[in-house]
Design a protein around this ligand. Structure first.
Ligand code: NAD
Ligand code: UDP
Length: 327
């Protein structure tokens, strides 16, 4: 790989995860010098082992809550468990990861004069009372519920990003990511798309929580990674937060039916209790992403599910260690 003239030294925290590993791949392909930092809590080395032979890729096992001294030009901060079952397993560690992680990457960005992008989330809107959700909506989050370790951690991380920008002029970017899926999702992460596909392929019951009327809007991982890269490349005044997600909204029952049809399974859909504080609906308003990044998703749920299902068919579930018992 010949390095482009604009080659950057880029740190990706959480770089071995589902989104991080694709981001690393894209950045390595573009000739950047990529450092992937991960503690492998919800991922495994095989996600990035194919990159290890590239001279512009480096892997560090490290916990983002602990400071580290690196010289970089850009930082993508993705380190954080993202699936409810896993982030609730050790909620105190989850909030520490968001807070100490943000402080550590912001400190590094300040010292190096680096640009730093925070992978925030639609969860900052909680169970929204405004629909679809624009960035100006300040949210409806239960600060002491089971999802708070994640939601409030990500909200406080946004606060830290905004304050480092105001106080120290750190060059920040904040994206609020809505539900994203695709190949290389951990088959035992317990999120809805991976659960339904694994259950369908194994001929097990498909577990629909509640009556399945709650909605989500699903973005395919390639669209999302493209949005993150465009955000990093945007003019410095585009600090965000900017929503990244696919505005096509589906109920969980519709998703279960789509997965049944796409896999051709005879699995039955069964109902399970709805978890506490489960948001009833979620749909991004992506006007800002269109205006500032000229970005909108291109891959439909049906297309994205097909390639995700193909990947799930290609793996052996036995090769994956469940990060926690909650899936
Ligand atoms: P993921 O669980 O696959 O990736 C997270 C990565 O962070 C994993 O590799 C994990 O091992 C690593 N990690 C966790 N704690 C760490 C720590 N303390 N130190 C170092 N590494 C640590 O999940 P993902 O879907 O790829 O999510 C990536 C980021 O995007 C997360 O910050 C998540 O909150 C955010 N996000 C994702 C979605 C989505 O739908 N995929 C939606 C909103 C936000
Ligand atoms: N869900 C479901 N069955 C499952 C896993 C999740 O019905 O096996 C539901 C869950 O209750 C939620 C939606 O699917 O309403 C999305 O859940 P996920 O954990 O993927 O993400 P989040 O709730 O964080 O958006």
């Amino acid at each position: 790989m010949t390095a482009p003239q604009t080659s950057q030294r880029i740190l990706v925290t959480g770089g071995a995860g589902f989104l991080g590993s694709h981001l690393c791949e894209r950045l390595v392909e573009s000739g950047h010098d990529v450092i992937c930092l991960d503690n492998f809590f919800t991922s495994q080395k095989t996600n990035v082992s194919h990159l290890l032979e590239e001279s512009n890729f480096e892997l560090i096992r490290h916990d983002v809550t602990v400071p580290i001294w690196l010289e970089v030009d850009q930082i993508y901060n993705l380190a954080c468990p993202a699936a409810p079952g896993h982030y609730q397993y050790n909620p105190i560690k989850t909030i520490k990861t968001s807070l100490s992680g943000a402080i550590n990457v912001l400190g590094m960005a300040k010292r190096c004069g680096a640009k730093v992008l925070q992978a925030s989330t639609s969860e900052v809107y909680g169970d929204p009372t405004v629909h679809p959700q624009p960035e100006s909506y300040t949210g409806n989050v239960n600060p002491i519920g089971p999802r708070a370790c994640y939601d409030e951690g990500k909200r406080a991380a946004e606060t830290l990003f905004a304050d480092y920008h105001r106080v120290h002029r750190v060059n920040i970017r904040v994206v609020r990511i809505f539900n994203t899926y695709g190949p290389r999702m951990h088959p035992f992460d317990g999120r809805v798309v991976s659960n339904f596909i694994r259950q369908a392929l194994q001929g097990n019951d498909i577990t629909l929580f509640g009556d399945g009327s709650q909605t989500r809007s699903f973005c395919y991982r390639d669209d999302l990674v493209e949005g993150m890269i465009r955000m990093m490349a945007a003019p410095d005044e585009v600090t965000g937060p900017i929503n990244l997600g696919n505005p096509e909204e589906f109920s969980m029952r519709q998703l279960a039916e789509e997965v049944r049809e796409a896999t051709g399974t005879s699995s039955q859909i069964i109902q399970r209790p709805l978890p506490a504080d489960d948001p009833k609906k979620r749909q991004p308003d992506i006007t800002l992403a269109q205006q500032h990044l000229n970005w909108r998703p291109e891959i439909s749920l049906r297309e994205g599910l097909q390639s995700t299902i193909r990947w799930f068919r290609s793996i052996d579930f036995e090769d994956f260690r469940p990060p926690t018992p909650n899936y």
